[in-house]
Design a protein around this ligand. Structure first.
Ligand code: ATP
Length: 354
């Protein structure tokens, strides 16, 4: 029996996570793997029940699990005292040292209108430090206001974190199109992004068959739109990677289609690249594809671990194929120009599974 944690999250979280677990359960049963979903308190609902978005009992359960699904959370919607602190998703990443955020972006089906249908990139985002100040403190928030008119933020770059994310990027590129682009901004941020770039360049020496080039983040963003086929794997610090992967997700179809996992060497968490979309929450119109495909990525990661079950990888392939065939048949949610609801889209994917 496979046990996976489920944290529904806020906004559209409960709708898309429900869709993802139903699809995964059907795919897993097709390969004779039974799954137990362990639902854990998280987000706004947990604030109501436990007085915190990430309660201790949830962490105690996660400690015993290798993988879980995290719905998006809506920090901005939390009571004042929880804002500006490390977000609950950030706290989970930090506790389990989920240092690699893997965010692929590619157009799954010709039926999806995409600004860049040729795009097929993976953004490998460093997840534990960089320009996101809330990740960078042992205690406190990492942003300060010495006067009402001055705001400061702490950025952190360490050789260790740059090295391990670079290895992830090069390992991934070696089984793809063998090219890594290192996002930096060394003309302005010479020390911080300079360290990131230099460490990536030296890690590149261990992967002689992978081509590496560095590029300023602004020029890179423009070229991602003008020459999408130039990119295979992009490695980036935390904030650059977050922004670039939203751009890539939208270019390849819709933010609602962009999956991700956050991984260490021992734990992984499926999490859509998009946020909690409070503007469309509770209306059964959210696109569940990102959450479904993130869950497939989690199953593939579990299959690839030492001693992992290959059947999980087969289930992941079947999920991807069922989503692709559903989209090919012209079924899609409103964000990609379709008329399907979240639940009817999910039914189509379920019936496309073998
Ligand atoms: P966050 O700060 O959590 O990233 P945000 O509001 O900045 O939140 P999103 O929640 O990702 O960003 O929403 C950005 C836009 O994309 C919104 O208009 C939202 O409705 C839309 N969107 C995001 N996810 C989906 C989805 N799964 N299906 C349809 N539309 C989506």
């Amino acid at each position: 029996m496979l046990t996976l944690g489920v944290l529904l999250g806020d906004g559209i979280g409960p709708e898309i996570v429900d869709s993802a677990t139903r699809v995964a359960e059907r795919a897993l049963s097709g390969v004779s793997v039974a799954v137990h979903w362990r639902e854990l308190a998280f987000g706004l609902e947990a604030i109501g029940e436990f007085g915190t978005p990430l309660p201790e009992p949830t962490l105690a359960e996660l400690d015993g699990l290798a993988g879980w699904i995290l719905g998006p959370h809506d920090n901005a919607g939390y009571p004042e005292q929880f804002r500006g602190l490390l977000s609950p998703g950030g706290a989970i990443r930090k506790r389990y040292n989920l240092f690699a955020n893997i965010r692929p972006a590619r157009t799954l089906s010709a039926a999806v209108h995409a600004v860049c249908p040729d795009l097929d990139v993976v953004v490998v985002r460093e997840n534990t430090e960089g320009f996101y100040a809330d990740r960078n403190m042992y205690d406190g928030a990492g942003e300060f206001m010495p006067t009402p008119d001055v705001a400061l933020a702490v950025a952190v770059f360490t050789r260790t974190a740059c090295e391990r994310i670079a290895h992830q990027a090069f390992q991934l590129a070696s089984v793809r199109r063998k090219s890594v682009t290192v996002a930096h901004k060394t003309n302005v941020l010479a020390k911080t992004t300079g360290l990131f770039r230099d460490v990536c360049q030296s890690v590149a020496e261990s992967y002689p068959d992978v081509h590496v080039r560095g590029e300023h983040i602004d020029a890179l963003a423009a070229r991602l739109v003008s020459h999408p086929r130039d990119f295979d794997v992009i490695v980036a610090e935390n904030m650059f990677g977050d922004i670039l992967s939203d751009l890539a997700g939208q270019l390849s179809g819709s933010l609602g289609m962009a999956p991700s996992i956050n991984a260490s060497h021992t734990h992984a968490m499926a999490q859509a690249a998009h946020g909690s979309a409070p503007d469309i929450a509770g209306r059964d119109i959210a696109n569940p594809v990102a959450m479904i495909l993130s869950t497939a990525m989690l199953l593939r990661w579990l299959a690839g671990r030492e001693g992992g079950t290959p059947a999980l990888g087969i289930a992941a392939d079947r999920i991807e194929d069922a989503v692709r065939r559903t989209l090919d048949s012209g079924v899609g949610t409103a964000d990609i120009g379709g008329s399907a609801s979240t639940s009817s889209f999910t039914e189509h994917v379920l019936s496309a599974l073998p």
